[in-house]
Write a protein that binds this ligand. Structure first.
Ligand code: CP
Ligand code: NVA
Length: 310
């Protein structure tokens, strides 16, 4: 399977395509601000298949497709009955006859891979238990907008070694940014995920580090990344996880340990008072999470621009 036709995980894309996508996103954002809308995807459709809740991803894909002259179609998981009413193979083959691309939010990474394998349309991962590449690309866009030159910048991800951490790590590896994870012992990213990115870090001259306390991790950071401690689908672990993660809250005290210019972001939704305080969330001088939410719209248009071209 040619993974370059899809966006299943960021590691499948090369540095050139990532930078190109961010460049397209910034251009499209400026054009919309000036009232210019492209017709690039006129007559095209995408299917949106979401097994987990969403505000940002579903809305920004719908609006983005409309802004490019195309149309999104919402697919209802309950009605489709994946692997119950019908096999993944048959669903992928039928959808390929109607829509030009598929945007999928689900639990298992293997599902997006199977849909890509059995259909003949681009599949875009809109979050799985393992990856969230659209989020990482939006973060990349914000980094370029904020810092201009991003090579050598340091991102400190404070919290769980989860799907967003994996994708942000892959982005950093591809773009020559340092990635530091600060998490409680036992909540690191899977070894195999890290190992797949290490050669990219080396090639692009940046570093991967992990700490089991946050203070050391933020010392040289240009930006702190926050996400929930308990991801969708793990709700049963909330009580047991919370105690481990309390010292990993992004608050004003922790920010004092970071360089003065250090910014903060969060993929959202945020649990205010848990992984991040109200005081940091509402400090819009340093908190870039709403810029990142805005970037989702434009970077996803850029992804569609690249993948639905054929
Ligand atoms: N960050 C993000 O993916 O938000 P939603 O879950 O609301 O789509
Ligand atoms: N890690 C979070 C990200 C939400 C956008 C989750 O999977 O729920």
């Amino acid at each position: 399977m040619d993974n370059f036709r899809h966006l299943l995980r960021l590691r499948d894309w090369d540095t050139e395509r990532i930078l190109n996508t961010i460049g397209i996103a910034i251009r499209l954002k400026n054009e919309v601000k000036n009232g210019i809308y492209s017709e690039r995807l006129k007559g095209k459709t995408i299917g949106l298949f979401f097994e987990k809740p969403s505000l940002r991803t579903i809305t920004s894909f719908q609006v983005g497709m409309h802004q490019l002259g195309g149309m999104p179609v919402t697919l209802e998981p309950k009605s489709i009955g994946l692997n119950q009413r019908e096999s993944v193979k048959d669903i992928a083959r039928c959808l390929s006859r109607w829509v030009n691309g598929l945007v999928v939010r689900c639990f298992k990474q293997t599902l997006v891979e199977q849909l890509a394998e059995h259909g003949n349309i681009p599949v875009i991962n809109a979050l799985t238990d393992e990856h969230h590449p659209c989020q990482a690309l939006a973060f990349g866009q914000v980094m370029v907008e904020q810092f201009g030159e991003i090579q050598g910048k340091t991102v400190a991800f404070i919290g769980d070694g989860n799907n967003v951490a994996n994708s942000v790590m892959e982005l950093c590896a591809k773009l020559g940014m340092n990635f530091t994870l600060a998490c409680p012992k036992g909540f690191e990213q899977k070894k195999e995920e890290i190992e797949l990115s290490l050669p990219e870090f080396k090639k692009n001259g940046s570093k991967y580090k992990v700490f089991n306390e946050p203070k050391e991790a933020v010392k040289n950071a240009d930006i702190l990344y926050s996400d929930v401690w308990v991801s969708m689908g793990q709700e049963g672990q909330k009580k047991s996880k919370q105690n481990y993660f309390l010292p990993f809250q992004i608050n004003d005290e922790l920010l004092k340990q970071a360089p003065e210019h250090c910014k903060v972001t969060h993929c959202l939704p945020a649990n205010r008072g848990e992984e991040i305080t109200d005081s940091v969330m509402d400090n819009l001088q340093i908190n870039l999470c709403y810029e990142e939410a805005e970037a989702r719209l434009h970077v996803q248009k850029a992804i569609l621009w690249e993948l639905l071209n054929g």
